[in-house]
Design a protein around this ligand. Structure first.
Ligand code: PHE
Length: 348
C-alpha cells in the first residue's frame, strides 16, 4: 500500500468511525465500537501489519499517518467514554441531591430525670465506699419479699405492704429488702457483703407524698464485725452528702421485722434550719430513711451463721429524697411524664 492509498483509506475509516460513534448510546455499544475500530480484529491492526510491505522511503510517514489514525480513533472513544462517565455522575448527583434549604431535624438534648439523678448520686456515693450494686425483679416471690425478711404469713407488718398480688406466691415487691434475700442466697452463707440495690417498689398508697409506685435504695452490709456505729456513721455521711454538710442527723428507735434494733433517721430541716416550718411540719426534723442491724433471724433463715456474722441494712426512698432536694410538690410528677416538669432539671 502506498502512503497516498493509505491516507485515503485512513480518511474513510475516520469518516466511518465518526458516523458510528453517533449511534453509540451505552457502554455496550461503546465497547463494540472499541472492538471494531481499535481492537485486535480492527482495520487499524491490519494497517499496522501491512507496514512491513510499505516501501522504505515511505515507512516513516506511513508510521506517522498510522499513529495519527489511531490517535483520532482513540480520542473518539475517549470522548464518548468520558461523556458517559460524566452522565453517570450527573445522574447520581441528581439522585442524591440534598436540599440544604430544608429545615433540619431538631435534636433537643434530654435531661436526667430527678429520680435517676438521685439514684446516680447515691450509687456514686456508695461505690466510693466499696459497695457494689445488686439487682432484683419487681415481680417477686412472697418468700423473698416477706418470709425471708422475717415477715411470716400472719405477721401484722404485712398489712401495710401486702398490696399487689399476682397470685398466692407472687407479688409486686413492696420494698427493695427482697433483694437482701437474693443477695444472701447468692452468697451461700459467706460474707462479707456490701451492696446497694436501687429499684422500684409498689404499695397501696395514695397522697401527695405517697404513690402506688416509688423507688427505694436498699443497703446491706454483712461481715464479722460490722457495728451499729458503722451504720450510724455511714448514714450520717450519706445524708450530709445528699443534703449538705451542715445537716444534723438524728436517729429514732423504730421497728422493722428484718432489723433489730431498728432506727429511723431524720435530718434537721434545710428549709428553716430546725426552727420549724411547713416543710418539716413545724418539728424542725425531716424523716428520711429506715435502717437497723440485720435481725439474727434473717441471717439464720437465709443460711448465715448468726454467731459468726452480723451487719446492717437500710432503705431510703428515692422519690422522697428527690422531692426534698428539688422542692417537688407531688410524687406523681415522677411518672406522669410532663415534659415541662422534667425540662426544669435540664443542666444548661
Ligand atoms: N424495707 C423498709 C421499708 O420499706 C426499709 C428498711 C430497709 C428498713 C432496710 C430497715 C432496713 O420501709
Amino acid at each position: 500500500m502506498t502512503l497516498e492509498e493509505f491516507k485515503k483509506i485512513s480518511q474513510e475509516e475516520i469518516n466511518k468511525a465518526n458516523e458510528e460513534i453517533t449511534t453509540v448510546s451505552d457502554e455496550q455499544t461503546l465497547n463494540n465500537f472499541k472492538g471494531r475500530f481499535l481492537g485486535k480484529k480492527s482495520h487499524l491492526t491490519d494497517f499496522y501489519a501491512s507496514m512491513r510491505d510499505v516501501v522504505k522511503e515511505e515507512k516513516k510517514d506511513f508510521g506517522i499517518a498510522l499513529n495519527d489514525l489511531r490517535a483520532k480513533l482513540q480520542s473518539l472513544f475517549d470522548e464518548k467514554e468520558a461523556a458517559f462517565r460524566q452522565a453517570k455522575l450527573n445522574a447520581r448527583l441528581e439522585k442524591e441531591k440534598v436540599d440544604i434549604t430544608l429545615p433540619g431535624y431538631n435534636n433537643t438534648l434530654g435531661s436526667k430525670h430527678p429520680f435517676y439523678a438521685v439514684v446516680d448520686d447515691v450509687t456514686d456515693f456508695f461505690l466510693g465506699l466499696g459497695y457494689t450494686v445488686a439487682d432484683g425483679p419487681e415481680v417477686e416471690s412472697d418468700r423473698n419479699n416477706f418470709e425471708l425478711m422475717n415477715i411470716p404469713k400472719d405477721h401484722p407488718a404485712r398489712d401495710m405492704q401486702d398490696s399487689f398480688s399476682i397470685n398466692d406466691n407472687t407479688i409486686l415487691r413492696s420494698h427493695t429488702s427482697s433483694v437482701q434475700a437474693r443477695v444472701l442466697a447468692a452468697a451461700q452463707g459467706k460474707g462479707p457483703i456490701k451492696v446497694i440495690c436501687p429499684g422500684k417498689v409498689y404499695r397501696r398508697d395514695n397522697d401527695a407524698t405517697h404513690s402506688h409506685q416509688f423507688g427505694q435504695i436498699e443497703g446491706l452490709v454483712i461481715s464479722e464485725d460490722a457495728t451499729f456505729a458503722n451504720l450510724l456513721e455511714t448514714l450520717t455521711l450519706l445524708l450530709r452528702h445528699l443534703f449538705g454538710e451542715k445537716r444534723e442527723v438524728r436517729f429514732r428507735p423504730s421497728f422493722f421485722p428484718f432489723t433489730e434494733p431498728s432506727v429511723e433517721a431524720d435530718i434537721s430541716c434545710f428549709e428553716c434550719n430546725g426552727k420549724g416550718c411547713s416543710l418539716c411540719k413545724h418539728t424542725g426534723w425531716i424523716e428520711i430513711l429506715g435502717s437497723g442491724m440485720v435481725n439474727p433471724n434473717v441471717l439464720r433463715i437465709n443460711g448465715f451463721d448468726d454467731k459468726k456474722y452480723q451487719g446492717f441494712a437500710f432503705g431510703i426512698g428515692i422519690d422522697r429524697v428527690a422531692m426534698l432536694k428539688y422542692g417537688i410538690d407531688d410524687i406523681k410528677r415522677f411518672y406522669t411524664n410532663d415534659v415541662q416538669f422534667i425540662d426544669q432539671f435540664r443542666k444548661e
